[in-house]
Design a protein around this ligand. Sequence first.
Ligand code: G3P
Length: 227
Amino acid sequence: MNLVIDSANVEAIKNLNEFLPIDGVTTNPSIIVKEKGDFLPLLKEIRNIIGEEKELFVQTISKKAEEIVEEARYICTTITGSILVKVPVTLEGIKAIKMLQEEGIRTLATTVYTPMSALMAAKAGAEYVAPYVNRIDNLTGNGTQVVSDIVDIFSSQNLPCKVLAASFKNVQQIQDVFLSGAHGVTAPPDLMKEIFHHPSVERDVEKFREEWLNQYGVGSNSLMSTK
Ligand code: G3P
């Protein structure tokens, strides 16, 4: 199971990487532009935070396959560690994924709205596909169903490609895609933290502590200082 941060915000990545069992960081042009800096130093800083082994996903911006391939080579020689190149699932993108696989450059097929585009990307050699769950829901489609269909097709066709579901606006969508068999999710930091905002948990923890301090006294605020 892959748990990936969908952000290029250095502070948020530092924080989440410390608290959660994170496997990597995904970026896209919009996410990088939001941070308002030079993109290469930003990507290098993210690499320093997560280390060389966790996956860092960087998206290409060219439209033609040959230019996408050039960008992918540039990213892979400029940023160290485990890199996945994100390529949109246009016709040119699928050609680029095919070319990149021949060179041994790892890819994630992005902007996936349909099972058929995911299937083409997987057959072309993409290591991951990223279906855009919330954007599909906004089109009055069913993002979770698209994830489920992709998982089923990959399984029936024996394709090793993994489904890294993306584009979420609430925790329910994340839970639903895992129930649909997604191999992982990439989600923004605030949404990952939202998983832990549960009033019942906060209430229970407070109560446990209160009962303990009532019995053992105010100095007994850890097991070691309890007599
Ligand atoms: O990783 C893809 C993702 O960034 C798209 O998410 O929230 O912009 O639909 P969103």
